[in-house]
Design a protein around this ligand. Structure first.
Ligand code: ZN
Length: 162
């Protein structure tokens, strides 16, 4: 059975036109729950779309391969190619899907945004290449348009689809 969990994000943007990840090199830090025994991993695991790990039992590759500490089941997870989206100033106040994961045996229960985000300022302003959203907010200054820019109140949720 293949389970897909898209994650949705919501944020407030100040003079930022769009916000997106450094796809496909962005590292998604996720806390995962084992579908077999319900164990939630203590630490955050990371997966990157550009990084493929070979699987032992078949020839396919995956972005994340983890063995559950409690029931020893091997689970895997992938970023679905082309699922990366952009959060724009038209989306403010709304949740929007910016990535979809293909989860096999695990599901994400928590997320750490960390760094690796890209923010483009409004009115053809500055492009900020490595935005750190660890604190769920970020503030900077666009010298080009002489205005402060920022991302605030970042929220997310995971939604299952069939
Ligand atoms: Zn387990």
């Amino acid at each position: 059975m293949v389970k897909i969990a898209p994650s949705k994000y919501k944020a407030n943007l100040e003079c930022i036109e769009k916000l997106y990840t450094n796809h496909p090199y962005y590292q998604w830090f996720l806390k995962l729950k084992c579908g077999s025994c319900g164990e939630v991993s203590e630490k955050f695991h990371d997966l990157t779309e550009a990084e493929k790990i070979p699987q032992k039992h078949n020839r396919s590759e995956t972005n994340l391969l983890i063995k559950c500490k409690l029931c020893s089941r091997e689970n895997s997870m992938d970023v679905i190619e082309g699922s990366n989206g952009q959060y724009t100033n038209n989306d403010v106040g709304k949740f929007k899907t910016i990535v979809i994961f293909d989860c096999r045996g695990v599901e994400p229960v928590d997320f750490e945004p960390k760094s690796g985000w890209i923010a483009e300022a409004e009115d053809d302003g500055k492009k900020f290449e490595d935005v750190d959203l660890t604190e769920k907010e970020w503030v900077d200054y666009d010298e080009k348009n002489q205005t402060s820019v920022g991302v605030y109140e970042l929220e997310w949720k995971f939604i299952k689809v069939k």
